[in-house]
Write a protein of this length. Structure first.
Ligand code: CO
Length: 134
């Protein structure tokens, strides 16, 4: 079902500093910050040869990243995103297997303009998984 690793998302306490570190210290190609109000984050995308890194910083009052940073003040890996061909088929197969699909199971449009869903971390070894239809 799952295909390529689309990205690894890292919650960061200082978006500008984290972006500068990836650009200047690690020598990566770092994009401009993008506000994603539907997801409560500001994101910076980093293009690597084989995948992407997304730096996430809270946006707005009810950001899911704010609570994560409260528990992990120095930041940390927030989720990983796998590509799927058909997000509704993937959702239905996962739900049938007993996995919990977050947000009522309806895909939202993600950071790359494609439908995404999130799976409960308790069902996947403590890892929040995002599925993105490509
Ligand atoms: Co993501």
């Amino acid at each position: 079902m799952i295909g390529r690793l689309n990205h690894v998302a890292i919650a960061v306490p200082d978006l500008e500093a984290a972006a500068a570190q990836y650009r200047d210290t690690l020598g990566a190609t770092v994009g401009a910050p993008q506000d994603e109000p539907d997801h409560g984050v500001t994101a910076v995308f980093i293009e690597l040869p084989n995948t992407k890194i997304e730096l996430l910083y809270p946006l707005g009052e009810a950001s899911p990243i704010a609570g994560f940073l409260d528990k992990n003040p120095s930041g940390g890996i927030h989720h990983i995103c796998y590509e799927v061909d058909d997000i509704l088929a993937a959702r239905d197969a996962l739900a049938a297997s007993g996995a919990r699909v977050l947000g009522g199971g309806e895909p939202k449009i993600g950071a790359h303009g494609k439908p995404v869903l999130f799976l409960h971390p308790k069902d996947f070894n403590g890892t929040l998984i995002e599925l993105e239809q490509v």
